[in-house]
Design a protein around this ligand. Sequence first.
Ligand code: ADP
Ligand code: MG
Length: 375
Amino acid sequence: MSAILPGATIGILGGGQLGRMMAMAARSLGYRIHVMDPDPSCPARFVVDACFEGSWDDARAAADLARGSDVVTLEIEQISLDCLRAAERFAPVRPGIEMMRIIQNRILQKNWLRDEGFPIGEYRAIQDETEVAPSLAALGGKCFVKSASGGYDGRSQVKTGFDEQTPDVWKLLGGRPCIAEKALDLDQEISVMVARSPRGETKSFPSARNHHENQILVWSVIPSAVPQEIEQKAQQIACAIADRFELEGLLAVELFLTRSGELLVNELAPRPHNSYHASERACVTSQFEQAIRAVCDLPLGDVAVVQPAAISNLLGDLWLGHEPRFDQALTVPGVTLHLYEKHTPRKGRKMGHLSAIGATPDEAVARVLEAQALL
Ligand code: ADP
Ligand code: MG
């Protein structure tokens, strides 16, 4: 197999912030980039050579993108299989379609993890309304119910058993198949980003520690500073999943560390991940450059941590009162601002992030939160 060398064109399905940051890394390496996105003024728009307008199930637009590309990758898992198949007629699609088919459906994904023997929490697949009550009863107590497809940042999820109310889960999730998970008592959340190239080279980044509020990532830091034996276990799990899938590209493995000391896989994301934005400052190679190296079958970059770094997300909420005071935030030593050129701030919409370096992971987190508080 031969590498796709700089000068070639990379097609990216999805032009959100992940596509934009991948495109910026690809440009630095000397590639040309085409993206496909439903929004013609998507964040990647201004850093790419061409933008094809098309929804996630527009197979014609995906084929147009692929026709002019030497390889096609993606920044979002909700691309329809028809789109991926249409693209594959013209260029290799990485990660591959079979892996995408399993990951883009939470039921298939959880069943796959279970069948392959990876540690996961208790769950029930729900195919129709009659299965809701028995599934919740079997799990007992607090649950997270999640749509089988289409959710992100905690959207398309309903919590049950947390208070007196009993939400109509089936209706709230739009009357579509979903998955009920027992709510776990979490000590920490971490993630491991693995890259694997078509020639089979695999490298996994040191784990990131992730702090969520209301099911949205608030801040994240690399390295996570979990005990060595947990780090080893997390690395083993992530690499085994990548191997089993014969991954070509990136795979983020989100993990739960429970109060009783279990390490469980939460979910998989076959693309760059919010929890590795800090890799741009923490690691020798960023997740975005690594994605490009992996899909182009170049040698993978060094994943070592150079210095601890943390990020905190800037949600649209911040813009709703007054314009954020970026000049204030940037007075904090080691802090940098990243904006995604999204034009309309909305509640819960990721508009950008702050990053900070520190002598220790704790210091990096403290600095990024100090900067955030000044906004
Ligand atoms: P998304 O696709 O929105 O990231 P996740 O399944 O990762 O969906 O859920 C988002 C967050 O919600 C998790 O990172 C975690 O903080 C919380 N969460 C989800 N499922 C559970 C669970 N079974 N137990 C405890 N917390 C959970
Ligand atoms: Mg998640």
